[in-house]
Design a protein around this ligand. Structure first.
Ligand SMILES: Cc1ncc(C[n+]2csc(CCOP(=O)(O)OP(=O)(O)O)c2C)c(N)n1
Length: 581
């Protein structure tokens, strides 16, 4: 049977077919659809969202040494968060098959950096599989679990944005139930750091065995070319571009990119005058080849390390002329910069911060857009949880009125230790937690604040007020995020408080399915009462435009009934539309 699947859906399918019984992960583009697919279609795999990637990895590690086939998912920067566990797991090795997805994002479509996680795998001494299409996403997922059990090693399945989000036909099968393996308490293997020294040679032995396996394994494939002039070594989605642009050249497609097969590479390259190494990201394969003494190669000096590859980019680089005109040529698209959704509760908070002219140390989430026009009220953004530590540091540098702003999911992910630290080190920090009950930026997944788990089932809700107080914050305020004036007042009071403060700006994400489904009566503008003072335009709501005779008008199908425009109208001309109640 064949199904038309996203790369991520194919990974989910492979995990289900291979008998996976535990899945954990934290949302992050381009990995998120794996757990979403498992939760909606394959609940037997027991999928869950966790507080962060380190927790996901550790729960997965426990499940795998306990004997279950296990999948852990995250985006590339998530592996930085999980790195502590990732680096140590190979020392004990696994029991049940363990695959971690590292979804890398060349081109930084939705990430804070470009990072090639094959290097992290090399530091951890973990084998890496890189599929090249949706079929291989399924197949490599399944094969990765077998490989993991064969070598007792965790396995990384590395995808990239195009691979995760392209669609292809996938030959699928049925689920095979796999018995839970026995867990033997073995402190030498699983416990006590001093024993790890005894395990150290095992790590090297496993790696050597994997390198031997890579020489002949089915993941690596040679496709003969027409002549011996040009050969290509490639991996991942780049393989597709090579096949499109250079269909007649000889290709070594590497499906396992760590450890790399030195002899196979040497043999392949000896048959060609020049070999192009075409790999998106860093020169990971190329550096290995050079170190192995292979001299007839050309790689990054021609193809570059920055951004995504594409057939057009390869053609241009190789001087093959312009690609055929895309079907979109001649169509003028209206530029659409990223912006907050209509009715998003973050809008009032950034309007207040702009008005109060404070320095704002931001974090990772939808609210990162507070840095952009028209608000321009977020001044630093680095990585998840950094808003709080950076605010504490800025305070030490004399910026007393720095406000840290963080979303609820990010607060749970990485904001709690820095808040505790800020209190401990006597900071006067003002922290705003944007509580929209969702991990908005990645598609409004539930988190511990939502009171729902990945399967949509009820679960205890984290009490942010109690948690802030337990951390030692005495000044804790909660504000309805659509109460414009109150938002300003509460933040102003918090900033002038002589000690740490937490402001919880609360109001659900407008993209939550239950909010989208709810009946919301739109507002409309009464032209008889409107004086065209334009005050309503200053709330920067994209649902408000102008009529031909220059009156403001609200798009009824867009209005979320957030009331903010009605709050600013001096003549009370903005009213609930009649006939909707
Ligand atoms: C380490 C890491 N993991 C995951 C992500 C992906 N990601 C970007 S923003 C975000 C969280 C957004 O949720 P929240 O903080 O609640 O803010 P919202 O978008 O709802 O405003 C996530 C998970 C990331 N950028 N970095």
């Amino acid at each position: 049977m064949r199904e038309f699947l996203l790369g991520n859906e194919a990974i989910a399918r492979g995990a289900w077919e291979a008998g996976v019984k535990f899945v954990s992960g934290y949302p992050g583009t381009p990995s998120t659809e794996i757990i979403e697919t498992l939760a909606t279609r394959y609940p037997e795999t027991n999928p869950r969202w966790t507080a962060n990637e380190k927790v996901a990895f550790e729960e997965g590690m426990g499940a795998a040494i306990g004997g279950l086939r296990t999948l852990v998912t995250m985006k590339h920067v998530g592996l930085n968060v999980a790195a502590d566990a990732f680096m140590v797991f190979p020392y004990s090795g696994t029991n049940g098959g363990f695959v971690v997805i590292s979804a890398d994002d060349p081109g930084m479509h939705s990430s804070q950096n470009e990072q090639d996680n094959r290097y992290l795998a090399r530091v951890a001494k973990v084998p890496v599989l890189e599929p090249s299409d949706a079929q291989e996403c399924r197949d490599f997922m399944m094969a990765g679990l077998n490989l993991s059990e064969q070598f007792h090693s965790p396995v990384m399945l590395r995808t990239t944005t195009r691979l995760a989000h392209h669609k292809g036909l996938v030959e699928v099968g049925e689920r095979t139930e796999v018995a839970t393996r026995e867990f033997n308490r073995d402190p030498q293997r699983f416990s006590v750091p001093i024993y790890r020294l005894l395990r150290r040679p095992e790590v090297e032995k496993t790696l050597t065995a994997l390198a031997e396996y890579a020489e002949t394994c089915p993941f690596n494939r040679i496709e003969e070319g027409r002549d011996n002039k040009i050969g290509v070594v490639t991996s991942g989605i780049s393989y597709q571009y090579v096949k499109e642009v250079l269909p007649h050249v000889g290709v070594l497609r590497l499906g396992i990119t760590y450890p790399l097969p030195a002899n196979l590479l040497r043999d392949f390259c000896s048959k060609y005058e020049t070999v192009y190494v075409i790999e998106e990201g860093e020169p990971f394969i190329e550096e290995f080849m050079r170190a192995a003494g292979i001299a007839n190669i050309t790689g990054k000096e021609l193809f570059g390390v920055i951004g995504e590859y594409s057939p057009a980019r390869l053609r241009k680089t190789l001087g093959m002329g312009n690609p055929p005109a895309p079907f979109t040529e001649g169509i003028k698209l209206i530029p659409r910069p990223p912006m907050f959704c209509i009715g998003c509760g973050h809008r009032t908070v950034f309007a207040a911060l702009r008005q109060l002219r404070v320095t704002v140390s931001g974090d990772i989430g939808c609210y990162t857009m507070g840095a952009l026009p028209p608000y321009e009220a977020e001044h630093t953004t680095f990585c998840m949880g950094a808003s709080i530590g950076v605010a504490v540091g800025l305070e030490q540098a004399g910026h007393e009125n720095t406000v840290a702003i963080i979303g609820d999911s990010t607060f749970v992910h990485a904001g709690i230790p820095p808040l505790i630290d800020a209190v401990y080190n006597k900071s006067r920090l003002t922290l705003i937690i944007l509580d929209n009950s969702a991990t908005g930026m990645t598609g409004s997944q539930p988190n511990p604040i939502s009171g729902k788990d990945a399967m949509g089932e009820e679960t205890p809700k984290l009490d942010l007020e109690a948690l802030s107080r337990a951390s030692g914050v005495q000044n804790v305020a909660v504000v309805d995020t659509w109460d414009r004036k109150e938002v300003v007042n509460v933040i102003r009071r918090a900033v002038s408080f002589k000690g740490p403060s937490v402001v919880i700006a609360r109001g659900p994400c407008q993209q939550l399915p239950e909010i989208k489904r709810s009946l919301r009566i739109p507002f409309f503008i009464h032209e008889d009462l409107c004086t065209q003072c334009d005050a309503c335009f200053k709330v920067w709501c994209p649902a408000i435009t102008r009529t031909e005779n220059n009156f403001p008008v609200i798009a009824a199908n867009e209005c979320t009934s957030c009331t903010v425009c009605a709050q600013v109208c001096p003549t009370d001309a903005i009213k609930l539309a009649e006939g909707f109640a």
